[in-house]
Design a protein around this ligand. Structure first.
Ligand SMILES: Nc1ncnc2c1ncn2[C@@H]1O[C@H](COP(=O)(O)OP(=O)(O)O)[C@@H](O)[C@H]1O
Ligand SMILES: [Mg+2]
Length: 355
């Protein structure tokens, strides 16, 4: 167990690391952020920071020596960097989980192996393989880069008119996956925490609306029949157990028009669709992560309010003042000075009476 006063290392400098560092500080921990860029959102609020590329082995070694335990806040950290830290200090979730979830093929193969339903998919190695897979799967279908995609980057919708070579180039990856397009009723996610002792704390499934493939709105809890919600929770628990996860896991799912659940992707870290838990639950997803990786008991996931979370993306952030005038709204800004289209700048959580 790492007691308050100890130092938690966070690989990655984004808003998820920032909110984790803030939760850690409240429990009396210090944080040390490893980020690739100066003035990273997480580094601004951490006790210490190392700013270096993830491939800098000497910087990684210094970071590992300075922390008691470590975690990561985004998927695209090179597996080698995480393994270097894990050779010296406990890293949770364990590095192999990161390596599974940073590779869409490994992730879907894992889900298939444990009997969790996903949309049909094929590995794509070149434009010819794409053409053949599109024939087998039917169109529309979604071509995604296997690695390094996020917020819809590296995704191309394949229709009957698509030219395979153009789509392959547009995807921009070296290896792809073609997925059957899901004409879903809605998208949901389940966020849970799991401790080293195997204890699990699940938040209620939430409904997610995306705009341009980027999360725009989360409605908590999801407004779906109780059986679907219970099944979603059970699937998320099963995945966490089979991964032997210690930390926080988000499971993104499609709810089909017939009410079936198809898992879309996994994130072994706090998730954008769990930000509402900061303001509406007894214990936030970030505090759960701190508790889990430090070996403390998990907190209650009970919510004292329902909530609607809206991301402030790109120039949306200019509307931040509106939230201050709304007595039910809580404003969160991530300390990013440069506004770019599609960049997550902050979010607003509006609280509603508990249903
Ligand atoms: N197979 C699919 N069918 C329908 N919509 C999809 C499919 N794959 C992705 N999408 C849409 O694009 C969004 C982002 O895709 P996702 O696979 O979650 O990648 P990432 O979040 O890593 O960019 C999803 O939340 C969903 O709205
Ligand atoms: Mg996603």
């Amino acid at each position: 167990m790492l007691l308050p006063g100890g130092t938690i290392g966070i690989l990655g400098g984004g808003q998820l690391g920032r909110m984790t560092a803030m939760a850690a500080a409240r429990l009396g921990y210090r944080t040390h952020v490893f980020a690739a860029e100066h003035d990273a959102p997480a580094a601004q609020v951490a006790s210490a920071a190392t700013i270096a590329p993830f491939g800098d082995a000497a910087a990684i070694a210094r970071f590992a020596a300075a922390v008691d335990v470590a975690t990561f806040e985004f998927e695209n950290i090179p597996g080698a960097a995480v393994r270097r830290v894990a050779a010296k200090r406990p890293v949770s979730p364990r590095p192999e989980i990161l390596e599974i979830t940073q590779d869409r093929l490994r992730e879907k193969n894992f889900l298939r192996e444990i009997g969790v339903a996903t949309t049909d998919y094929h590995e794509i190695t070149d434009p010819d393989a794409l053409a053949e897979a599109a024939r087998k799967l039917g169109v529309p279908a979604v071509l995604k880069t296997v690695r390094l995609g996020y917020d819809g980057k590296g995704q191309v919708l394949i229709t009957a008119d698509t030219r395979p070579d153009g789509a392959w180039r547009q995807m921009g990856g070296t290896l792809g996956i073609l997925e059957g397009f899901v004409d879903f009723r809605c998208e949901i996610s389940v966020v849970l925490a799991r401790g080293a002792d195997g204890a699990v704390a699940v938040y209620p499934p939430v409904e997610n609306r995306h705009v341009n493939h980027i999360l725009d709105t989360t409605i908590a809890p999801a407004r779906l029949p109780a059986e679907i919600l219970a099944e979603a929770e059970a699937v998320a628990r099963q995945i966490a157990e089979r991964l032997d996860l210690v930390g926080v896991l988000a499971v993104e799912m499609f709810v089909t028009k017939s009410g079936a659940l198809l898992v879309n992707e996994l994130a072994p870290r706090p998730h954008n669709s769990g930000h509402w838990t900061i303001d509406a639950c007894m214990t936030s997803q970030f505090e759960q992560l701190v508790r889990a990786i430090c070996g403390l008991p998990l907190g209650s996931t009970e919510r004292h309010a329902d909530a609607v979370m809206n991301n402030l993306i790109g120039r949306d952030v200019e509307r931040w003042r509106e939230a201050l005038d709304d007595p039910q709204a809580k404003l969160h800004l991530y300390g990013k000075n440069r506004v770019r289209p599609g960049r997550k700048m902050g979010h607003i959580t509006r609280l509603l009476p508990r249903s």
